[in-house]
Structures are given as structure tokens and as C-alpha cells.
Design a binder for this molecule. Structure first.
Ligand SMILES: [Zn+2]
Length: 332
């Protein structure tokens, strides 16, 4: 479907939203990267429409904060990705890959994949996570026909009051999106016949690290203050833990590598977060936050797990079927 047709549809449903047309791509800080992401999102939209048989429109929104939004209006669904995400994402990925490659541990272990290849790969994986996280909200909204109109904005919701249902939806959308990124990483390993454990270790650790950085970027709350039942979105640390666990479980299911190997990737990711977040003058320390709050984190996660069963609209109950229909088949 032509982008201009999708824009017209979005404009008819959301007349006040400022959309970036194809002739306005110079508004992005990096037009080349914006075009690449655009092509990827358009292909994903087309595939989703055909395979899942839903109406879906995608557009870039002219807003500078790191945010994305999913909408449902009757049969029509919309995913808006802010210009701010595209402007920040390449810098975030580039800086984080540099942090990773310059770290003495990486230098010692020798990581033979060139930086430009890593950048391409992770732009694809992280964009997938962001896009499919929004798709998960649309699939949650569409499961029930009772409520005809819904919207979910990522960053804005950190300021809204607490609602446990939003936390449940959010962690479900994270799990759905992150799993797609992980399957794409597994496919990359397979297509390039990568079996060397050191390379798998480095790629997995780098993926965990980048995903964690995205959550830190999405929040507008101070990281130091870990909260549970406050605000509409779970605290970034909770989201990082959940997603990292999901990545490890999916990789472990699809590879014959000892689980301890993957536990080392978590440790590596935590060490890198501690080093790099400190650099930005924050007193936040990821690893000690985890250690000091382990019991409460477990308690919160167990409560969410039990509550999940009451929300049949969650994608987790039909994720395998959806991935198969989308042609992203792998064991989850
Ligand atoms: Zn969300």
C-alpha cells in the first residue's frame, strides 16, 4: 500500500497529528537511516496486513521525543513512530556498539565482525522490537470487539497514574516484540553459519545491552527510583529483566548451548550498563539495583504472571501461531 494512502487514512482518523510525508524526509537528522527504517516498516506493515488480515497504517510522526503510539479505531489500526526515535536510535546504537567494542573484555575476546555489519544488524533488530511492540498492542486491542477505540503511547504513559492492566499489556508487548528480534538474531546466526561460541556470546551480550539502552531511553523518570505499582508503564529495570530473560529463553530453546553460557551474557550486559550509565553522571547502578531489590522484583513478577491468565487478549497465549502466520517461524 502506498505511503500517501496510509497518511490519508491516518489524517482522516487523527486530523491533529503532524505526519512526515516522503518528500519531507530531510527533516530527519539522518535521511539515509530514516529511509532504511521507513522501508523496513512499510514491508512489515504490508506483511502484517496480508498474513494477519487486519487493517494497518504506519507513519512517521513529526515529534521529537523518543516515543511510539498504537491506535485502534474500529477496524482501522495505526502505528506512529516519532521522528525522535529515528533521530536518536542510530546514535544510541552507534554509541553503544562503540562502548561494547572499546571495552577491554571485548578486545581480549576478539570479536571479528566489523562495526558497520553490527550497526546494520542491530538497527534491524531494535527497529523490529519497537515496531512489533506496537503491533502487540494492536493485537491486544483487536482481541475484544467490546472496546472499539484504544490508544497506547509509550513515553507519555510513564506519567499517567498506575493501572495494573497497563503493566500487564506492556510486559506482554515487550515479550512479543523482543522475541521477534531474537528470532531474527537466530536467523542471522544460521544464515551466516555462526557457531563459534565467542561470537555467539558477543552478539547475544550486545543485543541484551542495546535492548536495555532502549528502555532507559524510553523513560522520562529518574532511573534511581525503582517503583512497582506506580505510573502506567513498569520501571525500565523491570522491563530490562523481563526482556533479557525472554531473549535468553528463546536462544536457549533454539541452540544447543549450556544455559550457564547465557547467564554469562546477562552478567556481561549488566557490567556494561554499570560502566556506561555512570558516564552520563547518573548515580544509577543497574547491577546493585537488581541485587538490592531481588525479592521485591520476584514478588512483582510472580503477581503479574498470575494475573496474565485473566487477560485472554494478551499475545503470549497465541504468539507462536502469530509468528508462524507472519512467516517468522521459530520455537518460542
Ligand atoms: Zn507499549
Amino acid at each position: 500500500m502506498d505511503y500517501s494512502i496510509q497518511i490519508a487514512k491516518i489524517k482522516s482518523l487523527l486530523p491533529d497529528v503532524d505526519i512526515v510525508t516522503e518528500s519531507e524526509f530531510h527533516l530527519f537528522k539522518n535521511e539515509k537511516f530514516a529511509k532504511k527504517a521507513f522501508e523496513y516498516f512499510i514491508i512489515a506493515t504490508q506483511n502484517i496486513k496480508e498474513k494477519l488480515n487486519i487493517e494497518l497504517n504506519f507513519a512517521f510522526r513529526y515529534q521529537h521525543n523518543f516515543n511510539a503510539t498504537a491506535y485502534r479505531f474500529g477496524n482501522e489500526n495505526i502505528i506512529l513512530i516519532n521522528v525522535g526515535i529515528i533521530n536518536e536510535l542510530e546514535i544510541l546504537i552507534d554509541t553503544s556498539i562503540n562502548n561494547y567494542l572499546e571495552d577491554p573484555f571485548t578486545i581480549q575476546s576478539s570479536f571479528p565482525i566489523e562495526k558497520n555489519i553490527l550497526t546494520e544488524l542491530f538497527i534491524y533488530l531494535i527497529s523490529s522490537y519497537i515496531f512489533y511492540h506496537e503491533l502487540a498492542h494492536i493485537l491486544q486491542f483487536n482481541f475484544s470487539t467490546v472496546n472499539n477505540s484504544f490508544s497506547f503511547s509509550e513515553q507519555y504513559n510513564y506519567t499517567k497514574p498506575f493501572d495494573i492492566k497497563n503493566h500487564i499489556y506492556e510486559l506482554d508487548a515487550d515479550s512479543f516484540g523482543i522475541c521477534i528480534g531474537t528470532i531474527l538474531l537466530l536467523q542471522y546466526l544460521e544464515n551466516n553459519k555462526i557457531q563459534d561460541q565467542i561470537i555467539v556470546f558477543n552478539l547475544t551480550s550486545l543485543y541484551l545491552f542495546l535492548v536495555s539502552k532502549v528502555f532507559i531511553e524510553f523513560t522520562n523518570k529518574p532511573l534511581e527510583k525503582l517503583y512497582y505499582k506506580e505510573y502506567s508503564h513498569p520501571h525500565p529495570v523491570i522491563r530490562i529483566v523481563e526482556c533479557n530473560e525472554q531473549i535468553i529463553n528463546t536462544m536457549n530453546l533454539n541452540m544447543s548451548i549450556d544455559k550457564n553460557f547465557f547467564l554469562f551474557t546477562l552478567k556481561r550486559c549488566g557490567d556494561l550498563l554499570d560502566k556506561t550509565i555512570k558516564k552520563n553522571n547518573s548515580s544509577f547502578n543497574y547491577s546493585s539495583t537488581l541485587t538490592n531489590n531481588f525479592e521485591n522484583l520476584e514478588k512483582y513478577n510472580t503477581e503479574i504472571e498470575h494475573l496474565n491468565d485473566s487477560y485472554k487478549e494478551l499475545t503470549r497465549f497465541r504468539a507462536q501461531e502469530i509468528y508462524n502466520r507472519l512467516g517468522i517461524a521459530s520455537e518460542i
